[in-house]
Ligand binder design. Structure first.
Ligand code: NAD
Length: 353
């Protein structure tokens, strides 16, 4: 197949992990007979420096002409003044909004080879493999908010419409059908009206997915269940802020922030794929970045935007295999273990393919 991918390296360790993602795509293309055309574009701090805009019009055009967007990371000390008019993160928000990317998918699994890096009993980590589907363009982060003139009171609003909940619920149920067929919907229906609408709507959407088991869990209880019985979760569907908090809690299971990928999807196959981590300015330019989050984001791109399931699985298995062989970047190495550079680790994964 032929596919066009916009590649947005961004700042800090972004260009380092993106370089390896391009090598991975090239290797996958040769092995499986696909042509992946990659078009570079600016985003974040580097885009502000060169154009004054965190998501320039030219980048938008390149993204619009692509089948998917692959992004590394944005931000850094240079652009960190919170009162600045233009900030790198605005590029991400503009892009999500422009492409109406309402479903954020974050898979988290525990790697047996890294169980020592996780502050939980190893027996609890066995078979931990969950997928968060976080609603990304509504809920508390997008509702009406106001700081009053006197500065002594303020409010935020959690608002959802039925179609907003329905569309993200369909994404979650379909994802569950392709996995272990279990969906946990997280809400706070005992207190919040918007969350009662959420629960009612998810229950109705469930009627189309008789093969998927549905459980409703209150968000406060969910934080506890995730630590007590993490292996029992498959797909977890949550409101914007709840999903943000819960997926960060769960990221601990993977052993390092550098291990986690994500996808942001809208209607249709188009999507934005990026590792969960930021630009890591503390290690930028030193070849220390873990490329796994980026590689697994490439796997998600192949799976969700290009329907190349076999190729996606091949990348995931190659990552598992090099970790089992003992390959480690600094963030996942224990004392005394040899440390590979970003490029060495990436080459080991590509060689496994
Ligand atoms: P961060 O994710 O960049 O780094 C947190 C810690 O994790 C650091 O110690 C870093 O060295 C380490 N780390 C992150 N990714 C790693 C990797 N691949 N390999 C090894 N270690 C890794 O978060 P931060 O320090 O809070 O933010 C740094 C900058 O990134 C800020 O400007 C922030 O706004 C931005 N940021 C961007 C995104 C994004 O692009 N989506 C997400 C989060 C933060």
């Amino acid at each position: 197949m032929k596919a066009t991918i916009a590649t947005l390296a961004g700042d800090g360790i972004g260009p380092e992990v993106m370089a390896e993602a391009l090598a991975l795509l090239s290797a996958m293309g040769s092995k499986y007979g696909h042509e992946f055309v990659t078009n570079e574009a600016l985003i974040g701090g580097i885009a502000i420096d060169e154009t004054g805009d965190a998501f320039p019009a030219e980048t938008q055009r390149i993204c619009e002409q692509s089948d998917a967007i692959l992004l590394a990371a944005v931000g850094g000390y240079k652009w960190s003044d919170p009162s600045a008019k233009v900030r790198p993160e605005q590029g991400l928000l503009k892009m999500r909004k422009h492409f109406n990317l309402f479903a954020n998918l974050r898979p988290v699994k525990a790697y047996p080879a890294l169980s020592q890096n996780v502050p939980l009993r190893p027996d609890l980590l066995e078979n931990v493999d969950m997928l968060f589907v976080r609603e990304l363009t509504g809920g508390l982060y997008f509702g009406e908010r106001k700081e009053m003139g006197d500065g002594d009171d303020a409010y935020d609003t959690m608002y959802y419409s039925r179609p907003e909940v329905e569309r993200v619920a369909h994404v979650a149920f379909r994802a569950a059908q392709g996995r272990r067929k279990k969906l946990t919907s997280v809400d706070k229906a005992n207190v919040l009206a918007s969350m009662r609408l959420w629960r009612k709507t998810v229950t109705q959407v469930h009627e189309d997915y008789g093969d998927v088991e549905l459980e409703h869990v209150l968000v406060d209880a969910c934080t506890m269940h995730m630590l007590m019985r993490p292996a029992s979760f498959d797909v977890i569907l949550a409101e914007n802020m709840f999903g943000d908090i819960l997926s960060d809690e769960a990221s601990v299971f993977a052993g390092s922030l550098g291990m986690l990928p994500s996808a942001s999807l809208g209607e249709g196959r188009f999507g934005l794929y990026e590792p969960v981590h930021g630009s890591a300015p503390d290690i930028a330019g030193q070849g220390k970045a873990n490329p796994v989050g980026m590689f697994l984001s490439v796997a998600m791109l192949l799976r969700y935007s290009l329907a190349l399931e076999e190729e996606a699985l091949a990348i995931e298995r190659a990552v598992d295999a090099v970790l089992a062989d003992g390959a480690r970047t600094g963030d996942i190495a224990r004392k005394g273990e040899p440390i590979l550079s970003t490029k060495e680790f990436a080459q080991a994964v590509i060689a496994k393919l």
